[in-house]
Design a binder for this molecule. Structure first.
Ligand code: PMP
Length: 307
C-alpha cells in the first residue's frame, strides 16, 4: 500500500512544509526504535463540509502514556495536542478522509542504547488515507507462527515504534502467504490481537474480546465498539482469554483499529468463520461505527472534534 506524502508537519515546535521535516541517519530513534506513536483518523463529512477527528483526546491520552513508558516528557496535555492537530489540519486543508500520525522520538544523533540523557522531540503529520485492509468485508486471516510480544519484553500497551518490527514480521509473513491479516497468540497460546488491530469473536450471540492483560494495545476503536455493542445493540460483551480452538468454532470474527476500522474476517487458515460470510453483528457494528466516526450519529458527537 502506498500513500501520498503529507503536506505539512509539526516539527521542532512549528508547522513546516513536509519537505523540511527531516532527521539525520544517526538519529537514536531510527537506529534503536526509541520512539512512540499514535494513529488517529479524521473523517470528511460531505454534508457538513467539515473534517471531524475521531476521539483525539483519548488517542493523545494513550500517546502520552506511551511516552511515559519510554521516559519521554512533554509540556503537553491531550487537549493541547488536539489543538496542535487542528492547527496542522487547517494548514493542510484536506477535504477527504485522512490519517494523523503523532510521533515522539529520541532525537539525538548519538550511539548508545538507552532511554536516559537523550532529547525528546515531537512531530505530527497527516495524509489522505482510505481502506487499510482492502478486503474488509471478507478478510482471510492466518494464525501467525510469531508470538505476541510480552509486557515484560516490550509492553504492547505502549505504542512503541521498536515493537512494530514484530508486527512487520507478522504482517509480511501473512501477506506473502496470501492472507489479508494475521491473528497473533500470546506465549501461553491465547488469542491476543492482529498485527495492528484488536480482535473480537461472537460465540452464542455474545461478543468476546481478550482482556487488556493479554498483551494487547488498548485500542480506542476496541473501546468504542464495546460501548456501541452494549448501548446500541444490547449485546453482552465479555472480556476474557480466548483459546485458539474458539477461533475455529466462533460464529463471527472481526478486527478493530483506527486503520482497519471494523474489518470482517470470514476465513481463518482456509476454514470458514461461521458460514463463511460476514455475520449480522459485524455488519451492524460496521454500519454504526461508520455513522459514529463521520459525526452522523447524534448520540456520539462528543467523540467527534471538528477541524
Ligand atoms: N493493536 C495494535 C498492535 C495496533 O497497532 C493498533 C492500532 N493503533 C490497534 C491494536 C488498534 O488500536 P486503535 O483502535 O486505538 O487504533
Amino acid at each position: 500500500m502506498s500513500n501520498p506524502l503529507p503536506r505539512h508537519a509539526y516539527f521542532q515546535g512549528k508547522i513546516v512544509p513536509y519537505s523540511e521535516a527531516r532527521v539525520g541517519v544517526a538519529t537514536h530513534a531510527l537506529n534503536y526504535g526509541t520512539a512512540v506513536f499514535g494513529g488517529i483518523r479524521a473523517y470528511w463529512n460531505a454534508e457538513k463540509k467539515r473534517l471531524f477527528i475521531f476521539r483525539p483526546q483519548d488517542h493523545y491520552r494513550r500517546f502520552l502514556n506511551s511516552c511515559r513508558i519510554m521516559r519521554m516528557e512533554f509540556d503537553h496535555t491531550p487537549e493541547s495536542l488536539t489543538d496542535l492537530t487542528i492547527e496542522l489540519l487547517r494548514a493542510d486543508g484536506y477535504q477527504e478522509d485522512i490519517y494523523i500520525r503523532p510521533l515522539a522520538y529520541k532525537a539525538d544523533e548519538q550511539i548508545g542504547v538507552r532511554l536516559h540523557n537523550l532529547t525528546d522531540e515531537l512531530t505530527i503529520f497527516a495524509l489522505p488515507f482510505g481502506l487499510y485492509i482492502k478486503n474488509d468485508t471478507a478478510a482471510h486471516a492466518t494464525i501467525s507462527s510469531w508470538r505476541r510480544l510480552d509486557d515484560n519484553a516490550i509492553p504492547a500497551r505502549g505504542k512503541i515504534s521498536g515493537a512494530y518490527a514484530s508486527s512487520a514480521l507478522i504482517k509480511t509473513d501473512a501477506a506473502l502467504a496470501g492472507f489479508d491479516e494475521a491473528l497473533v497468540l500470546t506465549q501461553e497460546g491465547h488469542l491476543s490481537e492482529g498485527s495492528a488491530m484488536n480482535v473480537f469473536i461472537v460465540r452464542d450471540g455474545a461478543l468476546i474480546t481478550p482482556p487488556i492483560t493479554e498483551n494487547i494495545l488498548e485500542g480506542i476503536t476496541r473501546r468504542s465498539v464495546i460501548e456501541l455493542a452494549r448501548a446500541e445493540l444490547n449485546l453482552p460483551v465479555i472480556e476474557r482469554p480466548i483459546d485458539r480452538s474458539e477461533i475455529y468454532l466462533c460464529e463471527e470474527l472481526f478486527l478493530t483499529g483506527t486503520a482497519a476500522q471494523v474489518t470482517a474476517v470470514t476465513r481463518v487458515d482456509h476454514r470458514p468463520v461461521g458460514n463463511g460470510e460476514m455475520g449480522p453483528i459485524t455488519a451492524q457494528l460496521r454500519r454504526l461505527f461508520e455513522q459514529v466516526v463521520r459525526a452522523e450519529h447524534p448520540k456520539y458527537t462528543h467523540w467527534n472534534v471538528a477541524v
